[in-house]
Design a protein around this ligand. Structure first.
Ligand code: G3I
Length: 397
């Protein structure tokens, strides 16, 4: 799994890669900040009094301003942890499967699908009036074991379109949005237009992206079709290059009449990198000018690069990034959906990355709105305030 934090840390390498000066290689391994930033001394803001459910919830704060807040869902926890289920019900107006709708989970053999996990998530959401976003119909990761030995240049279009028709068709009219294509841009791979040198690229060429979107529209005309990517949030050289390539892709798709309705900004942020400048705002404005909605799709704030400090200080740094980023983003009417990539620190993917395990084995990240006891963190309150900053109550269309 690519450690997406590299993207922030290797800005210079990516910049060189973007200029074609580095080979097509994936940067993995250690987050390599040259120096660890000290967490701010200030303690996080005292939590305001009052319940955090009902009108005090993230779900209610977002809805009151025409926004949707939600989270990625771990299907195992949904099945086995009543407190986790209740937290989802209390806090989320929208959910997305962290893994249950990926190829590896649903397309279990070349000629067989297994929707048991995905159906359970959708049924849970519909039972509680929670919207659902699908993730994802076309990605270079989470491909099932049979894929590499079965899919060829000759049959790849069949497998891609059959998958999309079968999966998106199954939930036709029931999902708010789909991540149709995920992470197709990787300037460091040295391919034209900064496209990722992925299995899909090698099997079908750049046209796989248009094929995926057109197939998805035909399978579910109701879902908002989304292109989703990471590493485009900061004003670092690498982000600048990738953001430009993503925007150029969106412009090409719109110019070709490809059905696309939204762009997902994954927003895997870093607690030490407040380098959020005008770049992401300009990107949102440009996407909006193309008629696209903008979703924050996988928000979390990792604290691995903060110097080891007291939990309160780490929490304050993480909360600061939540507040700054979400306040700035939801101030733009194009930004309508805000999802964190998980609800609680004990279940974040960030605990499993090579960087984290090598640097802080045994310590949980403090990256999400709830801690490992499902208690609100400083990030929860910062997120609650930020959602309240949305200027004009809108309507989720
Ligand atoms: O389900 C199998 C289980 O049967 C097996 O025993 C176990 C041991 O190998 O693996 C389990 O599958 C794992 C899966 O998560 C479910 O836990 C995969 O190995 C593991 O690679 C997978 O990681 C997920 C990763 O995407 C790759 O699909 C993470 O949980 C998930 O948080 C992460 O999410 C991605 C987004 O989809 C796209 N954007 C980046 C984001 C973070 O990488």
């Amino acid at each position: 799994m690519v450690d997406r934090r590299n993207f922030i840390c290797h800005a210079s390498q990516w910049a060189l890669a973007g200029a074609g000066l580095l080979g097509a290689s994936r940067l993995r391994g250690q987050a390599a900040f040259s120096s660890l930033a000290a967490a701010p001394a200030a303690a996080p803001p005292l939590p305001p009094s009052g319940p955090i459910t009902g009108p005090g919830s993230l779900r209610a704060h977002a809805a009151a301003r025409g926004l949707l807040y939600g989270s990625a869902v771990d299907i195992g926890l949904l099945r086995n942890d009543a407190a986790y289920r209740q937290l989802l019900i209390d806090q989320c107006g929208i959910v997305v499967a962290e893994n249950a709708m990926k190829w590896a989970a649903v397309h279990t053999a070349a000629d067989r699908y297994d929707f048991s996990q995905a159906d359970e998530l959708v049924a849970f959401a519909e039972q509680h009036g929670i919207k659902v976003r699908g993730h994802n119909l076309c990605w270079h990761e989470a491909l099932p074991g049979w894929f590499a030995s079965t899919v060829t240049q000759q049959n790849a279009a069949h497998y891609l379109t059959d998958h999309i028709r079968t999966v998106a068709g199954r939930y036709k009219g029931r999902l708010r949005s789909w991540d149709v294509v995920n992470e197709a841009i990787s300037p460091g791979d040295g391919k034209p237009d900064g496209l990722r040198d992925s299995a899909w690229y090698r099997l079908l060429g750049p046209g796989y992206i248009e094929l995926a979107f057109r197939t998805a529209r035909a399978a579910d005309p109701h879902a908002l079709l989304t292109y989703n990517d990471y590493g485009i949030e900061y004003d670092h050289p690498a982000s600048f290059i990738k953001r430009a390539a993503v925007l150029a892709l969106l412009r090409r798709l719109k110019a070709a009449g490809v059905p696309i309705d939204a762009v997902g900004v994954q927003s895997h942020l870093d607690a030490t990198t407040s380098g959020l400048g005008p770049g992401i705002s300009e990107f949102v404005a440009a996407a909006s000018a193309l008629g696209l909605k903008v979703f924050i799709t996988e928000l979390d704030v990792n604290d691995d690069n903060l110097a080891p400090g007291q939990p309160a200080a780490l929490d304050a740094a993480v909360a600061g990034v939540y507040g700054e980023y979400v306040t700035a983003m939801v101030a733009k009417p194009a930004v309508t959906d805000v999802l964190t990539w998980g609800l609680s620190d004990n279940h974040t993917w960030l605990n499993s990355t090579k960087t984290h395990k090598q640097k802080y084995p045994g310590r949980e990240e403090r990256a999400l709105p709830f801690d490992d006891a499902y208690q609100p963190t400083a990030a929860f309150y910062a997120l609650l305030d930020a959602l309240g900053s949305h200027p004009v109550p809108g309507h989720i269309s």
